[in-house]
Design a protein around this ligand. Structure first.
Ligand code: GLN
Length: 469
């Protein structure tokens, strides 16, 4: 059931908001998935009752009123911990709402709680959370993908109707693919980052995760748009996504970038995504092979830029201003003890890599070089979008892997992002939608759009969903 259907049931008084919210909370409480870090039980039930009272009085309620939403734990919700999956922020309670949260609250959603994630959003499997890994709802021996694994698993398991995630290098799309749900990473600047704990500021973007395309569009409609509190927020008009999503796709040109369909990508995944492309062809879409020649540099470029920005962003966790504070004789010792104790291994690895990349004498060779290569990668996309409307690729190169399988090998973990990081480097929008399965596991199809091309992406995604449901 999607947002629109649940809304109808509320308004027709076939179910009460309180019953539905109670149901979600019971499922979360009984679940073994570990998708949540904090559950807002009391407040969620109170809010539900208020919406029920409104409906009982015959007042009009909006489409999102009473809809249960989960929020990734790096997005601030006033008055509740925002841990970022880290010990260092275990007790940090933000005194304000992120812009996206403020906007959703204004629509009357019910916040169910905060979802589990890789520490500071660094990871692809959710195994780097201080609060323990999240399990994949389809196969509990496997990872849900990361870093928004808690949000995707919650939606996949019916522990939230919809959720928010964040995507720096694939963290919405990969878990969406692994949990069989829909996840959209908007154009950089489309959605305000105010109140999102910064990982790599030039790449981070908040986006929706849901069971169906329409719900992603409904959420995007609310969270998109200019915000003066985020200096990189785009002052561009927000289209009516629900309306623009409905039209024809006949005559559209889809590019299949050959570098995203080559070696190292699971053959069964490629075959499944090719089947999805055939469905679009039946709807009149024209398909052609294209090339994004600098793709091979995307992973190293991403891991230089993301770590450099992270090392700078994470300098603020000094044991004095936020969260954990360990004792020490001198200020220096407070910093060292707090950071030693508070950060996990992967976060420390990133800080060290990033600090190295920015070091005097190395900066030109590493960080600045990476920013130049980033322009080449962006240029590849710009050029290709002169010829095609959208691009289609698999979301992940491998099926959801087993817990523990990659956690000891950072490179094996990093390579899982090979099909998603390019989009972040280029600042473009992309979605992952579920299509078919391999060995009983879900497969994600990625649609990449041009700058501010969310409507087009949603329309193509919706066209496939209509055929397959
Ligand atoms: N897996 C990637 C990383 O570890 C992407 C994470 C993200 O998008 N937040 O950096």
């Amino acid at each position: 059931m999607g947002i629109r259907e649940l809304h109808r049931q509320f308004v027709e008084k076939r179910v009460s908001v309180s019953e539905v919210v109670r149901g979600y909370i019971d499922r979360i409480r009984k679940s073994r998935l570990n998708a949540y870090i904090t559950v807002f039980e009391e407040e969620a039930l109170e809010c539900a009752k208020r919406v029920d009272d409104k409906i009982a009085c015959g007042d009009k309620v909006g489409i999102l009123e009473g809809i249960p939403v989960a929020v990734k734990d790096n997005i601030c919700v006033k008055g509740y911990p925002t841990t970022c999956g880290s010990k260092i922020l275990e007790r940090f309670v933000p005194p304000y709402d992120a812009t996206v949260v403020e906007r959703l609250k204004q629509q009357g959603v019910i916040m169910l709680g905060k979802t589990n994630m890789d520490e500071f959003a660094m990871g692809s499997s959710n195994e780097y959370s201080y609060f323990g890994p999240t399990l994949n709802p389809i196969d509990e021996e496997r990872v849900p993908g990361g870093s928004s694994g808690g949000s995707a698993a919650a939606v996949g398991a019916g522990e939230a109707l919809v959720a928010l995630g964040s995507d720096t290098g694939g963290s919405i799309r990969l878990p969406a693919a692994y949990c069989g749900v829909v996840g959209l990473k908007p154009t950089y600047g489309r959605v305000s980052r105010y109140g999102l704990v910064a990982f790599a500021s030039s790449l981070d973007q908040i986006g929706p995760i849901a069971g169906e395309v329409e719900d992603v569009a409904i959420l995007l409609q609310v969270i998109a748009g200019f915000d003066e509190r985020d200096s990189t927020s785009l002052d561009a008009e927000v289209p009516n996504y629900l309306e623009e999503m409905q039209g024809e796709v006949s005559g559209w040109r889809i590019g299949l970038p050959k570098e995203y369909w080559g070696e190292g990508i699971d053959d069964a995944i490629k075959a499944t995504v090719r089947d999805a492309v055939r469905e679009w062809e039946k709807l009149g879409v024209r398909v052609k092979e294209i090339s994004l020649p600098h793709t091979k540099y995307a992973i190293p470029t991403y891991y230089l830029i993301a770590t450099a920005e992270a090392s700078s962003n994470l300098a603020r966790y000094d044991g004095i201003r936020y969260g954990l504070s360990c004792d020490g004789g001198t200020t220096q010792e407070v910093h060292v003890n707090t950071r030693t104790e508070g950060f996990g291994d992967e976060v420390k690895r990133r800080i060290m890599l990033g600090t190295f990349a920015l070091k005097a004498g190395y900066k030109e060779e590493y960080y600045l070089k990476a920013t130049q290569v980033r322009e080449l990668i962006r240029g590849d996309f710009m050029k290709a979008f002169e010829e095609v409307d959208l691009m289609v690729t698999p979301t992940a190169p491998v099926l959801p892997f087993k817990l523990g399988e990659r956690v000891k090998d950072p490179l094996a973990m990093y390579i899982v992002d090979v099909l998603t990081v390019g989009v972040n480097l280029a600042g473009l929008p992309a979605i992952s939608i579920p299509y078919g399965e391999v060995e009983g596991l879900p497969v994600g199809v990625q649609i990449i759009g041009p700058f501010l091309g969310e409507s087009k992406i949603l329309r193509l995604a919706y066209a496939l969903e209509r055929v397959t449901r």
